[in-house]
Design a protein around this ligand. Structure first.
Ligand code: 5AD
Ligand code: SF4
Length: 473
């Protein structure tokens, strides 16, 4: 069971309980301090940086020290029931702080705020503010309202809001890699997914503001940007002045051209939208990373249809083959859900077979969790017993562990260009960085006088399940 708990803690929950770096901890400058914690996907983390910027402009400083905060914010995720349970539990931990400090405000942001809305204020008495993903500009006025003792809520979704003009404040930053949001919302309506309801309709951010943000990051010394969106491949911007169209492939190219020393990543792609244009652009520029996250969800065509994924098993496999043909060194990762409504044993085996064919380098794996309000909840019965879902998940995890090990073993003896991100977690005598394929590589610092943000060639000598270990060459 241990492994099952671990795998459910994927990128979605990676920022659990993590607070952010203090920002000029100077009581003379800021009238108030806020502490923000972010759960869920990278989009949420990136949104917290927008929230920080909005609050900062109103004289709020960010603090990592929850005990000095006047405002505690929790940016929430609704994707699986477990995520919501974790957040509810975390909220109860704030109760003590609230008793100890009268006037302390607690705000719930993000997807749970959107999903549960005013009910959250009734259910969680300690919550003072509830703010949905498109309402962050109203945070300062909502805080003022809450300060008068009223409960404050804004969960209006927007068709336009992209926070394009807001320069995010980089929280908990390594100074090397940063997220840039390029679009918001999702129109895909996968039947298992709550996101279209919590984040609203898809909209793309104006291209010049994206480029300006990426350029500014590079000028500040950042070396890698990840273009973020629920479905980046459907990025589409029409210039209202000259009707010039910018597609995702064109945007990727524009960002790549900022500097060959600025790496570009993106997340997440829907397999149906990733075009040859995008693949050719990735292949053309050395600084566009050779890594694609291509969520499959299931390997069975009938289940894919129930999930409303709009592709078949064969179509997906052809897409994987196309990626490998156009970008032979490209790493591919995926998301998998086991035990979706009515999934048979045979259909589950199709998922294993797609995994084997695709030879994923990495995967985020989950068992199906029915979410209120989704199409699947309305249309289908959640009829696979939890133990079956978990057993199938264990099989998927076991296979992926083999595939990941195989992928790492293949890298032994190869030399990669690595961008140094930080000290290695285990020792400050080692650096930790990533190669273009997004694999973590650890190597000794020795006396090379390197620093964070440097590119360095590293030869891989060995590996663990999750890390390549090498030396500078
Ligand atoms: N149950 C389990 N996993 C889910 N995901 C999304 N919704 C659900 C759900 N209801 C997974 C998908 C998605 C990833 C971010 O989370 O695999 O790609
Ligand atoms: Fe969670 Fe999805 Fe919302 Fe991200 S968009 S916070 S993964 S529910």
């Amino acid at each position: 069971m241990e492994t099952l708990t671990l795998v459910d803690k994927t990128h979605d929950e990676a920022r659990q309980g993590e607070a952010f770096a203090p920002f000029k901890l100077d009581n003379n400058i800021y009238k108030k301090y806020f502490y923000i914690e972010s759960y869920g996907c990278q989009m949420n983390f990136s949104d917290s940086e927008i929230v920080a910027s909005i609050l900062h402009a109103e004289g709020f400083g960010a603090t990592k020290d929850i005990t000095i905060a006047d405002l505690i914010l929790i940016n929430t995720c609704s994707i699986r029931e477990k995520a919501e349970q974790t957040i509810r539990k975390r909220l109860t931990e704030f109760r003590k702080l609230k008793h100890a400090k009268p006037g302390l405000l607690i705000g719930v942001l993000g997807c749970m705020a959107e999903r549960i809305k005013a009910k959250l204020l009734e259910e969680e008495k300690l919550v003072d503010l509830v703010v949905g993903p498109d309402a962050y500009r109203s945070l300062p006025s909502l805080v003022e309202e809450a300060e008068t003792g009223q409960k404050a809520i804004n969960v209006l979704l927007s068709r336009e809001e992209t926070y394009a003009d807001i320069s995010p404040i980089r929280l908990d930053s390594n100074g090397v890699t940063a997220f840039v949001s390029i679009m918001r919302g999702c129109n895909n309506m996968c039947s298992f997914c709550v996101v279209p309801f919590t984040r609203g309709r898809e909209r793309s951010r104006e291209v010049d503001s994206i480029l300006a943000e990426a350029k500014a990051l590079f000028e500040q010394g950042f070396k890698e940007v990840t273009l973020l969106g629920q479905n980046v491949d459907s990025y589409y911007w029409v210039n209202p002045i000259n009707n010039e169209v910018v597609t995702f492939a064109m945007l990727l190219e524009k960002v790549a051209l900022i500097s060959p020393d600025l790496r570009v990543r993106f997340s997440t792609s829907h397999p149906k939208d990733i075009t040859d244009d995008v693949l050719n652009t990735i292949a053309k520029y050395e600084n566009i990373c050779k890594y694609i996250h291509l969520p499959v969800q299931s390997g069975n065509t009938r289940i894919l249809q129930l999930m409303n994924r709009t592709y078949t098993k064969e179509w997906y496999l052809a897409k994987v083959d196309r990626i490998k043909e156009l970008i032979p060194e490209c790493a591919i990762s995926t998301d998998i859900i086991t035990g979706f409504c009515t999934e048979t044993e045979e259909e589950h085996k199709d998922t294993l077979s797609v995994m084997k064919h695709s030879q994923y380098d990495f995967a985020y794996m989950f068992f199906y969790s029915e979410r209120p309000g989704t199409l699947a909840k309305k249309r289908y019965q959640d009829d696979i017993p939890e133990e079956t879902k978990k057993r199938r998940l264990a099989e998927v995890v076991e296979l992926q562990n083999e595939l990941s090990a195989k992928s790492n073993l293949k890298d032994i003896g190869k030399t990669f260009k690595v961008l140094i991100e930080n000290d290695s977690k285990k020792s400050n005598l080692h650096w930790m960085g990533r190669n273009s394929q997004n694999k973590v590589i650890v190597f000794p610092k020795e006396n090379f006088n390197l620093q964070k943000g440097d590119y360095v060639n590293v030869k891989v000598n060995s590996c663990t399940q999750a890390t390549l270990i090498g030396e500078k060459v």
